[in-house]
Design a protein around this ligand. Structure first.
Ligand code: ZN
Length: 305
């Protein structure tokens, strides 16, 4: 049986790719999308797409349409209707109400400037000297609460919530729900069992697991793949336009991304004009332990794992 395969079990596998529409897909996001897609398909699972559009000021017009089009061009077809976070405000509000009911939410009047660069914890209630009418809603960090998890690619990870995370924001002064809250609520709503995403999100995973625990939600399996970097070691991001995908060659993009994940696509496929042939090869040859973590990292050493 293939390593990590669920073929002979009754377990349901649901994976997902959840981009924010701040620009078109780039090589790094294609790698994340591909890893989650191939692992889901190699394990006979479903693969969902969600658009994390909860931050309109950061979004760029037309990105959602473009991203979905790019996924299709690369043969990455999703299994259920696309979910849009912008349609999910009621669910996020319900989650906050539940946390409020457990006396875990408080109003914070601190200015962003005054909070920059540090973990935010309070003696409740918030007694900011910069008090204005505007406030965010924060989640109380419990004393001595440890989150530990075993990442598929990065190994054992852990954080002390109060020391390393602080009182995380649930609802921002800008009247927008926080990314962590929305992601946790929607991953549960979509019954996601496996989350493969870029290693740059490793450091917010303990916050998300903390939220899952408080909301009584199941914690998925996490695999943070190494961050895609260019030849100079610079992280590939949507802000770095130099690394945008070659729109005329989805086949070449796919092969580059699969090889980047530690595989060697045979030369015979390099002339293939069909993304599905390349993806089929990748699914059949998929081995999680091929993914090498050149950038393997350890979260904060607040405590011995
Ligand atoms: Zn405050």
């Amino acid at each position: 049986m293939r390593r990590g395969s669920l073929k002979n079990s009754n377990s349901v596998y649901i994976g997902r790719f959840a981009p924010s529409p701040t620009g078109p897909l780039h090589f790094g996001s294609l790698v994340s999308a591909l890893a989650s897609y191939i692992d889901a398909k190699a394990n006979h699972g479903l693969w969902l797409v969600r658009i994390d559009d909860i931050d309109p000021p950061r979004e760029s017009k037309g990105s959602t349409k473009k991203i979905l089009q790019q996924l299709q061009e690369h043969g990455l077809h999703w299994d259920k209707e696309v979910l849009f976070q912008s349609q999910r405000n009621n669910a996020y509000l319900s989650a906050i109400k539940k946390l409020e009911g457990d006396d875990l939410v408080f109003r914070c009047y601190c200015s962003r400037k005054g909070l920059q660069g540090g973990v935010t914890t309070h003696n409740y209630p918030c007694r900011s000297e910069n008090s204005t009418n505007l406030y965010s809603l924060r989640l109380k960090a419990k004393d001595n609460y440890k989150v530990q998890f075993n990442d598929l690619f990065q190994g054992n990870q852990g954080q002390l919530i109060k020391k390393d995370v602080g009182d995380m924001v649930l609802y921002r002064k800008e009247k927008l729900f926080s990314y962590n809250l929305a992601v946790v609520v929607d991953d549960a709503f979509q019954q996601i069992t496996h989350i493969f995403r870029g290693g740059d999100l490793l450091n917010i995973t303990p916050s998300q697991i903390y939220l899952q625990k408080l909301l009584g939600l199941r914690t998925p399996v996490y695999g943070h793949i190494p961050i895609a970097v260019d030849d100079y070691g610079v992280k590939l991001s949507k802000q770095n336009l130099a690394v945008s995908l070659d729109h005329n060659s989805s086949q070449r993009n796919l092969i580059n991304a699969i090889n980047w994940l530690g595989f060697k696509v045979p030369a015979s496929l390099s002339k293939s004009r069909r993304p599905d042939q390349i993806l089929t090869w990748a699914i059949h040859n998929w081995q999680r332990n091929n993914i090498t973590c050149a950038e393997k990292k350890q979260l904060f050493n607040s405590f011995e794992a």
